[in-house]
Ligand binder design. Sequence first.
Ligand code: CA
Ligand code: CA
Length: 484
Amino acid sequence: MRHLALLGALLTAVAGQSSAQTATPPARFEGQIIYQVMPDRFFDGNASNNQGVNRADLRAWHGGDLAGLTAKLPYIQKLGATAVWLTPVYLQQTANSFGTAPYHGYWPADFRNVDPHFGTLADFGAFTKAAQNADLRVVLDQVINHYGYEAAAVRARPAWFNGEAQCSTSANKDVDCALAGLPDLRQSNPQVRELLLGNADFWREQGVQAFRYDAIKHVEGPFLRDLLTRDRQAGTWTLGEWYDADTGTVADWQKEGFDSLFLFSLQAAMKGSIMAGQSLDGVRSVLARQGELVRPGEVALFLDNHDVPRFAQGSLFEDLGQERTKYGLRALMTLRGVPVLWQGTEIAMRGGADPDNRRDMRFEDAWTPAERAVFEVTRAAIAARKASPALSAGALKLLPSPDALGSDLLLFTRELNGQTVLAAWHNGKARKSYSLKLGSLGVGWANRAATSSLFVGQDAKASVSGGYLHLTLPAQDAAAFRVE
Ligand SMILES: [Ca+2]
Ligand SMILES: [Ca+2]
């Protein structure tokens, strides 16, 4: 009840400010690079909290914690990321469900405390302080749809949850029926609403700059809109997870107040085109819809995450998986949006569906030379993006590809303040040169020159002469050239 009284005061304070803050500009993440961490699977910085740890079992706790994440912030900085998204660190149910421990953080028992496996609230404060000192923004995962299966609140507060009756009579079963059987919160219940709005305030006070909201497809829309209004007033950036969202869904929810959603349709297209070697038309058709987006520079772009098989797993062969992950990472860094890298993708870690995609992170001392090479490519691609305002935040314009080349060649420009970068994705299985008429590309570059690739260590060339753009591109790779 102490929490509820505090919440009431906070709600009143926010309501009082709302008319003065209607013009609050939305928070921006364009230009940021987010690194996603699942703390239990990242780094163990404190062995004294390793209750029930069994690293031989992918469904058990593995011992990673906030102390370990804090200790590894220099690694994240070295990679070049500018923000850290951590999956939930709430106090979890103590029991296992379906033979799985709540190591992943998505089975909360108390939304305003830290699970002892991860550390304490003070450890969380030390983490956000260290992140701030390292100039890294903190994106915290927030669960707003459910409690853990075994949470005490489920029995103590039955009115907070949707039951069989609500589910069977609901017109929106995605929202009012249990997701994977999880105790489903009824956000229209005033106490639930206050609890969840207060959770956002609570974690904001712990030094968090952004929230990644879990499973928004399953949350009541009117509540979401109120939540987002308050977040925007507080300057908090919001990233929604609508599993399988395409451009239309992302656009709809940006209109409703989310700063960002994950563009799952682009992830699927990149996996198909880059990892599985299908035509680049799949990627092109997703990018062709970017005009529908309210704020294309804020959309979250990714190759994989903790809920899908690892990107590198798309090839049966480890070396091919590594080469195509380099291609995918370079390609990702040419796109408009906010790149999100799941821990281990920078070394092309393998793994199938959950929990195999959540193997323990391995650091420099444990890498193979090939893994180190993937890391260096990732680091250089991130550095190139950060050094280029056009790549970081420029408008993206697709260039037409000749019909015969379209499945192997994807060209687009990124442009900001008169600076232009040409991105060229090449799906061909061999190194190849192309000469394309400037007129057919719709660009007026007759008197301009292109540089060598912005990606260090890549042998790709572009030049302009005689009314043609000449490109020499390595097999299955993405390049970027400044056009000046
Ligand atoms: Ca530990
Ligand atoms: Ca729900």
